[in-house]
Design a binder for this molecule. Structure first.
Ligand code: 5GP
Length: 211
């Protein structure tokens, strides 16, 4: 029976964090392109839209007033200030999706990972990506050319701080080679989907097996 191989299961919250420029966004896009049952958690942010970004795809761009109202309404699963801008993960879609077995990918900083782990430890799988070197990180930030010099300087200064949180993550992968890094991250996702506690259909399945 084919259905037997698609047992009902609870979705997971797959967190990818790294300093800006370490490849997180590229890995995230590649994962979303090949994984059927994986949705991006779209955050709300108060920062200005960058060239090429699309409302509702990259972020929900909101004013500070709108953001504050969402915080007051407890509409966020987690929220944090990063580089002087505010970011938050809208709660409703995630809670409903996990119940239905949808996995969500989160591109959040260490503060977001910490809050999500504290609030939903059983659902969270966190992966931290490290750059092969600080020189390479700076090179990648500059070649991206979407930010002005002061933002790049701030991001480099912040990278050391972000990296210091590596030991709070479940998995750490060094992004030396994009394809290799991607394969490792994907392997983590596939293994975590098989975790017994997530396979909510197992009780019924094994009962039928024995019958
Ligand atoms: P950027 O402005 O470059 O898109 O993102 C800056 C930083 O904010 C990144 O480290 C990103 O992971 C983080 N970030 C984006 N969305 C969220 C969110 O909803 N919550 C938290 N805590 N961090 C976020």
């Amino acid at each position: 029976m084919f259905e037997s191989f698609n047992l009902p299961r609870r979705g997971l919250m797959f967190i990818l964090s790294s300093p800006s420029g370490a490849g997180k966004t590229t890995i995230a896009r590649k994962l979303l392109a090949v994984e059927d049952n994986l949705s991006m958690s779209i955050s709300v942010t108060t920062r200005p839209m960058r060239e090429g970004e699309i409302e509702g795809r990259d972020y929900f761009f909101r004013t500070r007033e709108e953001y504050d109202a969402m915080v007051a309404d407890e509409a966020f699963l987690e929220w944090a200030e990063v580089f002087g801008n505010c970011y938050g993960t809208p709660r409703a879609q995630i809670v409903a999706g996990l119940e239905k077995g949808t996995d969500f990918l989160f591109d959040v900083d260490w503060q977001g990972a910490q809050q999500l782990s504290q609030r939903a430890r059983e659902d969270v799988v966190s992966v931290f990506l490290l750059p092969p070197s600080m020189e390479e990180l700076e090179h990648r930030l500059r070649s991206r050319a979407t930010d002005d010099e002061s933002v790049i300087t701030a991001r480099m200064a912040r990278a050391g701080d972000e990296i210091s949180h590596w030991d709070a993550y479940d998995y750490v992968v060094i992004n030396h080679d994009l394809e290799d890094c991607f394969n490792k991250v994907r392997t983590v996702l596939h293994a975590e989907r098989l975790k017994r506690s997530r396979q909510t259909g197992l009780i019924e399945f094994t009962r039928d097996l024995k019958a």
